[in-house]
Design a protein around this ligand. Structure first.
Ligand SMILES: [Cu+2]
Length: 147
C-alpha cells in the first residue's frame, strides 16, 4: 500500500517520457495543507496529438486518493462535484484552476508546505499516462474553503 503507488508512478514516468510526449502537464500548483487533510491541485494539460485524449484518473504518492472535481456556481451557490472523465481535444488544452476543475488530494500522507513539489501521475484512456508537478504556493488563499 505504501510502496506500490510510488513504484507505479516511476514506471509511468519512464513510459510517458519514452513514448507519449504529446501530452504535457504544465503550470501545476497547490496550496499549503496539513497531513491528514485534503489538498488541492491545479494544472494545465496540453494535447498536441491529432486525436482527443480522455483523462480518467490521477494518482499522487502524497495522498491516499486523488479525485478530479469541478466547481460550478449556480445562482451564486458554489458546488463541487466529481468529474471522472475529462476530454482534452486534439491540439487543445484544459486548464484546472480555482473555481473550476481541480484535483483533490484526499488523505494527505504528509503536509504540503510552501515551496514543496507534489508529483502527480495522470492516467488517460487507452493506457497512456503523463506526469507533472504541483508547486506549493503561499498567496491565493481559497475563498471560504472553495476549490
Ligand atoms: Cu474538490
Amino acid at each position: 500500500m505504501k510502496v506500490l503507488p510510488l513504484a507505479l508512478a516511476v514506471a509511468a514516468a519512464a513510459a510517458a517520457g519514452a513514448a507519449h510526449a504529446e501530452i504535457r502537464v504544465t503550470e501545476g500548483w497547490s496550496r499549503p495543507a496539513g497531513a491528514g487533510f485534503t489538498g488541492v491541485g491545479y494544472l494545465t494539460i496540453a494535447n498536441t496529438d491529432r486525436a482527443p485524449v480522455a483523462l480518467i484518473g490521477v494518482e499522487s504518492a502524497v495522498a491516499a486518493r486523488t479525485e478530479i472535481h469541478r466547481t460550478t456556481v449556480t445562482n451564486g451557490v458554489s458546488r463541487m462535484s466529481a468529474e471522472p472523465r475529462v476530454v482534452i481535444p486534439a491540439g487543445g488544452r484544459v486548464v484546472f484552476q480555482p473555481n473550476g476543475r481541480h484535483l483533490m488530494l484526499i488523505g494527505l500522507k504528509q503536509p504540503l508546505n510552501i515551496g514543496g513539489r507534489v508529483p502527480v501521475t495522470l492516467r488517460f484512456e487507452g493506457g497512456r499516462s503523463a506526469t507533472g508537478q504541483l508547486e506549493v504556493r503561499a498567496g491565493a488563499a481559497p475563498a471560504r474553503g472553495r476549490h
